[in-house]
Write a protein that binds this ligand. Structure first.
Ligand SMILES: *Cc1c(COP(=O)(O)O)cnc(C)c1O
Length: 440
C-alpha cells in the first residue's frame, strides 16, 4: 500500500496520517504514522508503551463540527466526561466553550478543576447520585439535574431545602425505543435501569412542581451509545416533544430538552472523513421534532468527539503459534483497553511503520493478562510484523483510558496530547509504587 493510500485509509487528518519516512532501507518505501506533526514512533521511544496519544486539533475540530451542526437551534454541547475524563482534555474543551455532562461527584470535581466557570454548563446524570454528590453539585451551581427516579426527586428536594438553594431539574424519561447497538450500551428500553417510564412522567412532574426548592426546567433522554442509525434518535425526540407539549399544558415551564449522547463512530471502516455530514444528519433527526417548541437543546456527545481522536500505541513482545494459530503478544492488554473484552468491540490495528512489501498474516492480537478474554483483535489480517515493532490501535480516544484498570498489578499507561508539533504528557505512566500506596 502506498503511503498516499495508507493515509487515505486512515483518513483522519488533521489527527493521524502516514508520512514517508527516511529510514527505509534498501530502497523500500517505508511510511510511518504521525499524530499531527509528531512521529508516533518517536513518542513511543520517549514515553514508552503502552501509550495513549491524542490529537488536540482533532478534538477541537470535532467539537466545533458537532456544535456547528446544531447552529439552527439555541443549544449547549455538554461533553460526556465519562468518555475521556483527562483534565487537560476537559480544559481544552472548556476553553472553547463546551459544557459537560457528569455522572458522578468525581467527574464534577474534574470539571471544576478544569475550569471553575464551567459549572454553570454542567448537567448531572446517573441513576445513583448520593446525598454528598447532590450537595456538591448544588453548591457548584450546575445547570441541570437529570433526575432518574421518584426517590431521587425527593433526595434532590431534601438537599436543596437543606442548603436553601433552588435545584433546577429535568426528569430523564425512558422513551422505550430500541437502538441498534450492543446490549450493554443500550439504555432506552423499558427493561433498562435508566430514566422514568414516559407514562409516569406527568405524575412525577406534578409531584416535583409541588416540592419546595425544586424548579422544573426540562426533559431529558439518552437512549444508548454507539448508535449509527439516526432513526431511533428521531423517535425518542418525537416522544419527548409530545411530552413537552403535555407538560406545558399542565402548566410546567420547560426550557430545556436534553437529548443525551450516543452518536456512534465507524470503528470498522475509516471514519467517514466527513464527520460534518454525519453530525448534520444526527442534528436534523434530533432538531426536527423540537423545532416549534422554542426550547434550548442540550447535547451530551462523548464518543463522537473523542473516539477517533486517540490511538493506543503498543509494542509486540512475542510472536507465537499454537498448532498453527498465530498470536502477537503485545504489551497492551484488557486492563489498558477493555472494549474488545467487554463488548467484543472491533478496533482497527495498524503497524506504526508500514512496509509495503510486508506479507499479510492472520493473527490474534493478545495482551499479557491471564484471561482468555484478554485480546485486542481476533483472527485479524495484519501485515507481518516483528517482535518489538509498534502497533497502533485506532479510535481509542473514548472509553479507552477511562476504563483502564490495574488488573494483574499492571500500571496504567501514560497519555500524551499532541497539538501541531507540541507534545504534552497529560498523565504520567503509573509506577508499581503508585499501585501499592493505598494498601496497608
Ligand atoms: C454515556 C452517556 C453519554 C455519552 O454517550 P456517547 O455514546 O459517548 O456519546 C451521554 N449521556 C449520558 C447520560 C450517558 O450515560
Amino acid at each position: 500500500m502506498s503511503p498516499e493510500t495508507q493515509a487515505a485509509t486512515i483518513g483522519r487528518p488533521p489527527g493521524f496520517v502516514f508520512r514517508n519516512s527516511n529510514s527505509g532501507r534498501s530502497g523500500v518505501h517505508v511510511s510511518e504514522l504521525y499524530c499531527e506533526g509528531v512521529s508516533v514512533a518517536a513518542l513511543a521511544k520517549r514515553y514508552g508503551t503502552p501509550l495513549y496519544v491524542y490529537s488536540g486539533s482533532m478534538i477541537r475540530e470535532r467539537y466545533e463540527t458537532f456544535d456547528h451542526a446544531f447552529r439552527d437551534l439555541p443549544h449547549t454541547v455538554c461533553y460526556s466526561v465519562k468518555a475521556n475524563s483527562n483534565l487537560s482534555i476537559l480544559r481544552l474543551l472548556a476553553k472553547v466553550g463546551c459544557g459537560f455532562d457528569v455522572v458522578s461527584g468525581g467527574e464534577l470535581l474534574r470539571v471544576l478543576a478544569a475550569g471553575r466557570r464551567a459549572a454553570k454548563r454542567v448537567v448531572f446524570s446517573g441513576v445513583g447520585k448520593t446525598q454528598e454528590e447532590l450537595r456538591a453539585a448544588l453548591k457548584a451551581g450546575i445547570l441541570l439535574f437529570n433526575v432518574e427516579s421518584e426517590s431521587e426527586l425527593s433526595a434532590v428536594a431534601a438537599c436543596a431545602q437543606g442548603s436553601r438553594k433552588n435545584a433546577p431539574v429535568a426528569l430523564r424519561v425512558n422513551p422505550d425505543v430500541a437502538a441498534e447497538t450492543h446490549p450493554y450500551i443500550s439504555t432506552g428500553l423499558r427493561q433498562h435501569k435508566f430514566g422514568v417510564p414516559l407514562r409516569e412522567a406527568r405524575f412525577l412532574y406534578a409531584k416535583a412542581a409541588g416540592m419546595p426548592y425544586l424548579s422544573v426546567r426540562g426533559v431529558s433522554v439518552h437512549i444508548g451509545s454507539q448508535i449509527t442509525d439516526v432513526a431511533p434518535f428521531r423517535d425518542a425526540l418525537s416522544r419527548v416533544a409530545e411530552l413537552v407539549r403535555e407538560l406545558r399544558r399542565d402548566g410546567h415551564q420547560i426550557d430545556y430538552v436534553d437529548a443525551g449522547g450516543g452518536l456512534g463512530i465507524a470503528y470498522d471502516k475509516p471514519e467517514p472523513s466527513d464527520f460534518s455530514r454525519c453530525a448534520a444528519s444526527y442534528a436534523q433527526a434530533i432538531t426536527e421534532p423540537l423545532r416549534s417548541l422554542g426550547v434550548r437543546l442540550l447535547l451530551e456527545p462523548g464518543r463522537s468527539i473523542l473516539g477517533p481522536a486517540g490511538v493506543l500505541i503498543t509494542s509486540v513482545i512475542y510472536e507465537k503459534a499454537n498448532d498453527g494459530k498465530r498470536f502477537l503478544v503485545v504489551d497492551a492488554a484488557m486492563n489498558d483497553l477493555l472494549r474488545p473484552a467487554l463488548y467484543g468491540a472491533y478496533h482497527e490495528i495498524i503497524p506504526v511503520r508500514s512496509n509495503p512489501v510486508a506479507r499479510s498474516q492472520v493473527v490474534d492480537v493478545v495482551g499479557p493478562v491471564c484471561e482468555t478474554g484478554d485480546f485486542l483483535a481476533r483472527d485479524r489480517e495484519l501485515p507481518e510484523v516483528k517482535e518489538r515493532d509498534l502497533l497502533a490501535v485506532l479510535d481509542t480516544g473514548a472509553y479507552g483510558m477511562v476504563l483502564a484498570s490495574n488488573y494483574n498489578t499492571r500500571p496504567r499507561p501514560a497519555e500524551v496530547l499532541v497539538t501541531g508539533k507540541s507534545v504534552r504528557v497529560i498523565r504520567r505512566r503509573e509506577k508499581i509504587s503508585d499501585l501499592l500506596r493505598l494498601e496497608l
